[in-house]
Ligand binder design. Structure first.
Ligand SMILES: [Zn+2]
Length: 319
């Protein structure tokens, strides 16, 4: 399981973030997120040298209660990686179906119901979580609301449920299937295939060129991708991505910077030590469009960019 609750404080933590935020995790007691269940959980594979991804597991002699919502959800998350889920299962998990692109900053919903919806899994305080804890702005609760203002949860659905990329997302009052909403930039990607505003993604080049990119220039941040448009003997025209620092808040910028530096250092170190796993890469996901004057430059729209050190699975329904 990816998350657990710290006994005593009720803070919910992701296994991925444990080492960073709780280096003393061995002194803590973790339990299942579902309060009615609260079965004891143990952190596993937390250290960087471990090959499997960090997670929480229950002890062998104890079980989740039969009605444990988190155990049910975890099972679906696990299944979703390898097989297509049916409509009921999808509904149980929930996925972002509306991407709100308003230029105005929307106010955060304040009530529990408005914020988390009233799906059967979470009906209010007492039935789910008493305290919401956020890391890097990513909500780590059972967040099933389907309207999102950022791309993180959209990317999570794309990565986590590769066989269900035929579900639709609404954006600018149009609807599009996830599989068409995302465009992969790899080698020999023709810019003609990168039209419109979409979520573009590709692997980030693991070299000094991409290190500390947030502090290099005053106005912009540039990332160099591995994927390229064409290759001749003189030069390779790699795609790059640009953030206009003035288009996003200082807070968002520093959040992105911290997340990027953390993931980059991890991926770069593994790359140098040749310990990286074959299918895992450092990826950048960006909502934006190609520059009008440079067809290998992608301009990030506002703060819609995120990074993952993960595997991007292919799926049978993808072209
Ligand atoms: Zn449980």
């Amino acid at each position: 399981m990816r998350k657990a609750r710290i006994s005593g404080t009720d803070e919910i933590v992701q296994a991925d973030d444990l080492l960073k935020f709780y280096p003393n995790y061995n002194d803590l007691i973790f339990v299942c997120i579902d309060e009615k269940c609260s079965v004891r959980m143990a952190p596993a594979c937390i250290k960087k040298k471990d090959h499997r991804k960090p997670h929480f597991k229950k002890y062998r002699n104890q079980e989740h209660i039969e009605t444990c919502e988190y155990a049910k959800l975890s099972k679906l998350y696990h299944q979703g990686k390898n097989q297509k889920l049916n409509k009921t299962e999808i509904k149980k998990i929930g996925y972002p179906s509306v991407f709100i692109l308003n230029e105005d900053k929307l106010e955060e919903p304040t009530t529990f119901q408005a914020k988390y919806g009233n799906d059967d899994g979470v009906t209010g305080r007492g039935d789910g979580i008493t305290k919401v804890y956020e890391f890097d702005g990513e909500n780590v609760k059972f967040d099933k609301s389907n309207r999102v203002q950022g791309i993180d949860r959209i990317v999570d659905w794309y990565l986590g449920f590769p066989h269900n990329r035929d579900v639709e997302i609404e954006i600018n009052s149009g609807r599009i299937q996830y599989r068409y909403f995302f465009k992969h930039i790899k080698d020999f990607t023709d810019p003609a295939n990168l039209q419109n505003e979409r979520i573009f993604y590709g692997r980030i080049m693991l070299s000094e060129m991409n290190r500390n990119v947030f502090d290099r220039y005053t106005e912009n941040v540039f990332f160099k991708l591995l994927g390229y448009k064409d290759k001749n003997e003189k030069n390779v025209s790699n795609y790059s991505v640009k953030i206009d620092k003035n288009s996003i808040s200082k807070h968002s910028l520093s959040r992105l910077k911290n997340r990027y530096n953390h993931l980059f250092e991890r991926a770069f170190t593994e790359h140098k030590n040749k310990t990286s796993e074959q299918n895992i890469g450092l990826y950048l996901f960006v909502y934006g469009k190609l520059d009008e004057h440079n067809d290998t430059l992608l301009n990030v729209k506002r703060q819609y960019i995120t990074f993952r050190h993960d595997e991007v699975r292919k799926t049978i329904i993808e072209e």
